[in-house]
Design a protein around this ligand. Structure first.
Ligand code: GTP
Ligand code: MG
Length: 135
């Protein structure tokens, strides 16, 4: 088994979608190991998004992530890292497949950063690093 970090980002929390997103993770059969509401400061977000530093969307992304609380979730299950990314759908919510979290609940709001509701770790190394940042 393995673990991943899922975040319900500020747009998901503000829109009241936390329960719906948790329900999809549970319905898939993954285990919720830990759940916490977090209001991250800039230092935590700079660690989390270090790989994106210097990209045009980096600063708007960090600002967006400081705009309200996120829900951090430690999720466990076999192949849960790729499994959750499949549940989440592709990064751009406008074209994410229907049936995915981003495809069903997300859209382009014309803002500087893609508000795509959730984050999921993309590798075992990222998961270990990110779980340490948020828990
Ligand atoms: P996460 O699970 O959040 O990491 O999403 P991802 O792995 O699908 O995307 P990635 O790690 O490449 O980017 C992190 C976040 O930055 C995304 O979820 C978006 O919120 C934002 N982002 C990524 N690429 C773009 C982009 O090209 N334009 C804009 N405006 N935002 C982007
Ligand atoms: Mg990513």
């Amino acid at each position: 088994t393995e673990e991943t970090l899922v975040l319900v980002k500020p747009d998901g929390v503000a829109r009241g979608l936390t329960g719906a997103i948790l329900a999809r993770i549970e319905a898939k059969g993954y285990a919720l190991v830990d759940v916490r509401l977090v209001e991250p400061d800039r230092a935590r977000l700079e660690r989390h998004y270090a790989e994106h530093e210097g990209k045009p969307f980096y600063e708007p992304l960090v600002e967006f992530m400081m705009s309200g609380p996120s829900v951090a979730i430690r999720v466990a299950g076999n192949r849960v890292i790729e499994g959750f990314r499949s549940l989440a759908g592709t990064t751009d919510p406008t074209t994410a497949a229907p049936g995915t979290i981003r495809g069903d609940f997300g859209r382009d709001w014309g803002l500087k950063v893609q508000q795509n509701l959730v984050h999921g770790s993309d590798s075992t190394e990222s998961a270990a690093r990110e779980l340490d940042i948020w828990f």
